[in-house]
Design a protein around this ligand. Structure first.
Ligand SMILES: [Zn+2]
Length: 114
């Protein structure tokens, strides 16, 4: 499965390019830039974890990910590794409460390419 490495479309607001995970090269004038930077900074302070998608992140990923099966929900896993702050979209098991059971989120169209 290499779906995690498929680039997302550019930022819908500023056309800033997708870099990795759900990190984009926003223009400083982008209306999403400050909110997205604040989210990244908060993640950075916490180090690593799993949390809900922010509204800004939902805007950025648009409908690029499949809606999870019942009992699962889209979430963000963040970590700091190799000097890079990573955020990626995952599916979180909602059945067991706000837990740590995650699996890769599925990009729309991935099945078509298989
Ligand atoms: Zn932007």
């Amino acid at each position: 499965m290499s779906t995690a490495t498929v680039p997302l479309p550019p930022c819908p607001q500023c056309a800033g390019e997708h870099l990795y995970g759900i990190t984009f090269r926003h223009r400083t004038s982008c209306p999403l830039y400050e909110r997205d930077s604040a989210t990244a900074a908060a993640d950075h302070d916490r180090g690593r974890g799993i949390r809900d998608l922010t509204d800004t992140e939902r805007t950025l990923i648009r409908d690029e990910y499949e809606e999870p099966d019942e009992g699962w929900e889209l979430a963000v896993q963040f970590d700091h590794a190799g000097g890079i702050h990573w955020r990626k979209v995952v599916e979180r098991a909602a059945l067991f409460g706000p837990g740590t059971v995650v699996r890769s989120a599925i990009r729309r169209g991935a099945d078509d390419a298989a």
